[in-house]
Ligand binder design. Structure first.
Ligand SMILES: Nc1ncnc2c1ncn2[C@@H]1O[C@H](COP(=O)(O)OP(=O)(O)OP(=O)(O)O)[C@@H](O)[C@H]1O
Ligand SMILES: [Mg+2]
Length: 220
């Protein structure tokens, strides 16, 4: 059993989209997958409490378009202790982490549990600059782990042929990150996929899955 935690510092960096598409790809490749929703949501909307519950979460996506594998909620700070037992019968557990800055306790627990951390990043100055604190957090997490965390960056929301993608790869590599060669393009296919059925075969996410599997095998 292997745990892939999809994480980043900030909200809105395509963590949920990536977790759901990667989970589908693993499932389509014949693996037994558990998708773990670990994001309790950000806004506690006192003025509109009906809207404060899990908007944009993997669980709500699954409620709208039932996924062909198991999906559970586990937004807890002791996920690193409970998930390995819950996921023991699966080949892969994919964790949709909350933004580290909003729910540090849960996000750190999801990194402690991980065999691989996948960090979706758009090739923009704002997102690339905010990757330095993530390295710092992972350094703290490594002190709590048996072995250092294997982590990789998945460049996503990339505009075709834009120089920004290569520049982001260079900047992130210089920061010390392993940047996957797979790139997820900025497309309506992904932007409109929340709450809809997913078929990952033949998409950039399936290429990313193959590359992460190889990365994990080499890191082990
Ligand atoms: N490849 C893509 N192309 C275009 N839009 C995308 C792509 N991936 C994600 N998006 C869009 O970006 C937005 C943020 O994605 P998502 O909800 O997956 O991020 P998140 O990191 O889980 O956010 P939060 O921290 O709020 O949970 C969504 O509107 C989503 O549809
Ligand atoms: Mg999310």
């Amino acid at each position: 059993m292997s745990i892939w935690t999809v994480t980043n510092l900030k909200p809105g960096t395509a963590k949920t989209t990536s977790a759901v598409w990667l989970a589908h790809s693993l499932h389509e490749r014949g693996h037994k997958v558990l998708l773990v929703g670990a994001d309790p949501g950000g806004a506690n909307l006192k003025l509109a409490p009906a809207f404060s519950d899990g908007m944009g979460s993997a669980e709500r996506w699954n409620a709208r378009a039932p996924m062909p594998f198991d999906v559970i909620s586990l937004a807890t700070r002791d996920l690193h202790r409970t998930l390995p037992r819950l996921a023991a019968d699966y080949a892969y557990a994919v964790v949709d982490s909350p933004p580290i800055e909003d729910h540090q306790g849960i996000a750190v627990s999801a990194l402690r549990a991980a065999d691989v951390a996948v960090i979706p990043v758009a090739p923009t100055t704002v997102e690339v600059d905010r990757m330095a604190p993530v390295l710092h957090v992972v350094g703290e997490v490594n002190a709590l782990r048996q072995a250092d965390l294997a982590m990789c960056v998945l460049l996503n929301r990339c505009v075709a042929n834009a120089a920004s993608t290569g520049e982001a790869e260079d900047a992130l590599t210089a920061q010390g990150y392993h940047v996957l060669q797979a790139r997820i393009p900025r497309l309506e296919l992904y932007a409109q996929s929340s709450g809809a059925p997913v078929l990952a075969r033949g998409t950039a996410y399936d290429g990313a899955t193959g590359e992460i599997l190889e990365f994990e095998a080499k890191a082990a």
